[in-house]
Design a protein around this ligand. Structure first.
Ligand code: FAD
Length: 467
């Protein structure tokens, strides 16, 4: 158990949290990073377990190599990372942590929440069949355990993760049948990307070129309509979509597959920023409800900062720059650096964020959910998997007067299961908005209560208090 007071507590050892720690440590801040994973790196730089031996590092891919550089810098700076620690409660001056059946509190003078994001769940007929995964889940299996989720794989959704994953699966020996991409932009819409930054543009071109070299069809303007099978996925019904992502009738086709990866973009993990009491706003392009913050990443609560995908999905390069800015600003708040030193160091980071922002705005615009995305559910499509509440159940509850997620809760128990609304919450915002004719921003998410992730009762009974 680490000491029970730190100057700066950082939640999340992904690109944002690690970059924040590097910057804060360089300014002389006593910073500690907490992460529930056994290894630092977050999603993109996810490491295999320490017990695995990586024989041929070149086969681990470009992200692994980039991640190693960041992890080596963190190791060289002697930054304290507490892995395997779930932060299950938070207040502006302390965190509650859990590891190895123990729970304890840590007081901190400043907090950076760099909690990342998770796959956006999109219910459609057959999505609960074994063999249907989220793309992030399949990638996690592959990256952390070197396990292939299936053999004959279809990827459907939108955004760059499916392109990356299709190549990784093919490289690992899967037969990738196709990548279905909802967005079908014209050249004019893509033009702003030509202004750079170049590394993102080259990454994109590289993913598409690799698919072509492997003869994996990239079907733009197509999507999954239904997963079919008895005990397991056996086929995928796919179809063409219009610009609103509504199905074009008559375009349906069936493909034989044993695995389907659903990758519809990401949803920011905002449990802790909501629990601590930060103000939030709705931004469809950045993934839904996100904490508001000033240009230096400080939230509506002084000395509480946010960085990375948890404050709006924007990718690992943006996450790192936001992390640096938050680390620097936290050092300024803790009076480790003065005004002029802060502004001198922050200026190039802000400039780089501005450049990266141009590219991301185009990508986000192409992949932000459009109306057709949530129209494939039928009355018996399950939305809340923990409590088995269906679209039909939601429709009935709304017709009886429910206009918010909290009003769905008593009748459906939606959001009360193990996932604590991570799966059903983002869909229910869309469904209730659509059924009531109100904008998404008028549909508040479920309220958050500790523990934000499931932890055993024995750990709570075994709790040490901060002094
Ligand atoms: C599943 C998945 C796969 C992805 N794959 C790719 C890819 O292949 N290529 C690509 O370019 N981008 C990928 N992305 C996007 C990319 O990973 C992110 O843009 C980038 O990692 C964001 O960095 P971050 O530091 O904000 O968050 P993350 O890298 O997500 O790190 C957040 C960390 O916070 C930890 N955390 C969250 N809550 C708690 C808590 N309560 N207690 C303790 N720890 C907590 C998490 O365990 C995680 O390690 C992926 C994203 C996801 C979700």
């Amino acid at each position: 158990m680490p000491a029970n007071h730190v100057e700066l507590a950082i939640v999340g050892a992904g690109p944002a949290g690690l970059a924040a720690a590097l910057e804060a440590k360089a300014a002389g801040v006593d910073a500690v990073v907490f992460d529930e994973n056994e290894q630092p790196g977050g999603q993109i730089f996810r490491q295999p377990p320490a017990s695995f031996r990586v024989v041929d590092k070149s086969r681990m891919g470009r992200d692994y190599t980039r991640g190693r550089r960041l992890l080596e810098a963190v190791a060289a700076a002697d930054i304290r990372i507490e892995n395997g620690v779930t932060v299950w409660n938070v207040a502006p001056d302390h965190l509650a942590c859990y590891r190895d059946d123990r729970s304890w509190n840590i007081k901190s003078d400043a907090i950076i929440l760099a909690t990342g994001a998770y796959d956006r769940p999109v219910p459609l007929p057959g999505w609960t069949l074994p063999g249907v995964f989220t793309s992030g889940g399949v990638q996690t299996l592959l990256k952390s355990q070197r396990v292939l989720a299936g053999r004959r794989v279809l990827l459907a959704g939108t955004g760059p993760l499916n392109l990356v994953l299709a190549n990784q699966l093919a490289e690992a020996g899967a037969d990738v049948v196709a990548v279905l991409e909802l967005a079908n932009p014209n050249l004019f819409e893509l033009m702003p990307m030509a202004m750079g930054p170049w590394e993102l543009l080259f990454d994109g071109i590289d993913y598409v070129t690799q698919l072509a070299r492997r003869k994996i069809p990239l079907m733009r303007g197509w999507t999954l309509l239904e997963a079919r099978g008895t005990d397991q996925v056996e086929a995928a019904v796919i179809g063409r979509v219009d610009r609103d992502w509504r199905t074009i009738k008559g375009s349906e086709r069936t493909l034989d597959v044993d695995t389907i990866c659903l990758g519809y973009g990401l949803v920011p993990s905002t449990e802790l920023s909501r629990l601590i009491g930060c103000a939030h706003r709705y931004d469809a392009q950045l993934g839904g409800w996100i904490p508001t913050h000033d240009r230096y990443r400080e939230t509506s609560i002084q000395s509480v900062f946010v960085a990375g995908d948890g404050s709006g999905v924007a990718g690992s390069l943006v996450a790192m720059e936001e992390g640096r800015l938050a680390g620097l600003r936290a050092a300024w708040r803790l009076q480790k650096i003065d005004d002029s030193s802060f502004h001198h160091k922050a200026a190039p980071i802000l400039k780089r964020l501005h450049q990266l922002g141009r590219f991301r705005t185009v990508l986000d615009g192409l992949s932000a959910p459009r109306p057709g995305l949530f129209e494939r559910m039928t009355d018996d499509t399950v939305i809340c998997r923990c409590e088995e509440a269906s679209y039909g159940d939601c429709r009935k509850a709304v017709s009886e007067g429910a206009v918010s997620l909290m009003e769905l809760k008593p009748s459906l128990r939606a959001g009360m299961g193990m996932c604590q609304s991570r799966i059903c919450g983002p869909t229910l915002v869309e469904v209730v908005a659509r059924l009531t004719g109100r904008p998404q921003e008028a549909i508040a998410p479920f309220s958050v209560r500790p523990p934000v992730k499931p932890i055993p009762m024995s750990a709570l009974l075994n709790q040490d208090a901060a002094e």
